[in-house]
Ligand binder design. Structure first.
Ligand code: TYD
Ligand code: MG
Length: 455
């Protein structure tokens, strides 16, 4: 009797198109690497149902606050919304070398003071993990380390040892024996994540899953991973700077507005307590510079918008945006031309936010406009000036949220003047710069800061 051949079928994780064999590119939607193995053959018999389930009225449910396990790393806890939620799965993505393994080890070390914690390492040997642990200023001795890449073995170990928190570094190294695909492929990564999510929900173990991101910034595998997990954190930064930014791109148990700022040093990652100091390092009375009080979740911080304006032969001239929105930049340049008489048609305009920070909030419009105007005129803004407000197409400066917090942050950093939209200022009790100029339009804003230098 011939051995039964296991038959396989594949379907695209992005569009659902089916294929009889694995191919690199989906014939349906043209995406690369999205085909995953599907069980093939006649559908299994319908399982018997048992008693019919009864839904429950929301009002009859007890008020269950999720149990949180604070990691003790303030910046990580802030982004998570107060700590890891018990029984959840958190995906931590970032480029190689950014510090994911270090962050995870530090979090486990802190958690190990009160909880049983385990680290599954597929990328590094236990000796390498130990080497890293020795560099850190953290008590790592109680962390249990398992060097394993077989998914089923990892699941069995978690079930047997029941750690409160288990970190897996990384999902790309896991391989399920049920699939033929190689580790790191979409099929394997998806299968591993699905099994780990199930285990977290059923067994109550909180799972911290590390994922490498590809060059284009996506977590390896399609976005299908993101909807399976409770929380997606991305760890960003660049090779040249020591500081790292942690953001939540999805959070079932908290907000996605919070950012965490960490600095990589000789003994691992440390919180950056005063981010404004980091971002304002270069700010001063300089041409093409304007300080913007930004709101990042529960934190207000000052960032410096920089603009370089120069003559060009290029048609159309260059508009380069770093850390600000490209479309908004084009709009701000148009508004400056139409409503403030700034002719930039034969000028290249480069705008970026110093220190790798971002100012994508429309409230940054006024600061961007002032930085460009300063760069164009060759005059700095008065020292200690901050500006915020959204620019309308009519040239009006529109009100934005969090006025009082922005003013307080400016005052805390010794800023003397704030240009704001025309709206009631924060209550008298909140600290604010000594001079507040509420400007109705972009022209008035320019007059307010360049009054001395006009002509
Ligand atoms: P790592 O956590 O291994 O990054 P990832 O897991 O994201 O690939 O750390 C990356 C870099 O951080 C590495 O180049 C060494 C550096 N590092 C420090 O500067 N200080 C430290 O204390 C540690 C542990 C690492
Ligand atoms: Mg690593």
């Amino acid at each position: 009797m011939p051995a039964t051949r296991v038959r396989r079928a594949y379907s695209c994780g992005a569009c659902g198109q089916q294929a009889p064999r694995w191919v690199g590119r989906c014939a349906g939607c043209g995406e690369w690497g999205t085909l995953v193995e599907e069980p093939f053959g006649s559908p299994p018999a319908r399982p018997s149902l048992g008693p019919v389930p009864t839904p429950v009225r929301l009002a009859d449910l007890a008020d269950v606050r999720p149990e949180r396990l604070p990691t003790g790393l303030a910046e990580l806890d802030r982004v998570l919304g107060g700590g890891l939620v018990a029984g959840s799965l958190v995906l931590l993505g970032g480029e190689p070398g950014i510090g994911k393994s270090t962050l995870v080890l530090q979090a486990l070390a802190r958690l190990s003071a009160g909880h049983k914690v385990m680290l599954v390492t597929g990328e590094e040997s236990p000796a390498q993990v130990r080497g890293r642990a020795e560099r850190l200023d953290e008590p790592c001795d109680a962390i249990e380390v398992l060097a394993e890449t077989r998914l089923e073995a990892v699941l069995a170990a978690i079930e047997a040892h029941r750690p409160a928190v288990c970190a897996i570094d990384s999902v790309q190294t896991l391989r399920s024996g049920l699939l033929e695909a190689v580790p790191g492929s979409v099929a394997q990564v998806r299968q591993s994540t699905a099994e780990l999510v199930r285990l977290a929900k059923e067994g109550g173990t909180t799972i911290l899953l590390v994922g490498q991101v590809t060059k284009d910034g996506g977590l390896a595998g399609p976005r299908t991973l993101e909807h399976m997990v409770d929380c997606v954190l991305s760890f960003e930064g660049d090779d040249l700077r020591a500081h790292r930014v942690l953001r939540a791109t999805k959070n079932r148990f908290g907000s996605t507005n919070e950012t965490g700022l960490l600095e990589m040093g000789a003994a691992g990652l440390a919180s950056v307590d005063d981010p404004s100091r980091l971002y304002l390092a270069e700010a001063g009375e300089r041409v093409g510079s304007c300080v913007f009080p930004a709101i990042e979740g529960s934190r207000a911080l000052l960032v410096e918008v920089q603009a370089l304006v120069g003559p060009t032969e290029l048609v159309p001239p260059r508009r380069v945006a770093g850390g600000v929105d490209r479309t908004r930049l084009a709009q701000i340049i148009a508004v400056l031309g139409r409503h403030a008489g700034l002719r930039l048609g034969d000028r290249d305009v480069f705008v970026s936010v110093a220190g790798g920070a971002r100012a994508v909030d429309p409230a940054a419009d006024l600061a961007i406009a002032l930085a460009i105007a300063s760069g164009h005129r060759g005059h700095p803004l008065p020292a200690g000036t901050v500006a915020f407000g959204e620019l309308g197409l009519t040239g009006a400066v529109r009100p934005v949220g969090h006025t009082a917090r922005r003013l307080a942050a400016a005052a805390a950093h010794g800023m003397q003047m704030a240009l704001t939209p025309p709206e009631p200022e924060g209550s008298a009790s909140t600290p604010a710069p000594s001079a507040i100029r509420a400007v109705p339009g972009v022209g008035e804003a320019l007059d307010a800061v360049f009054a001395r230098t006009r002509g």
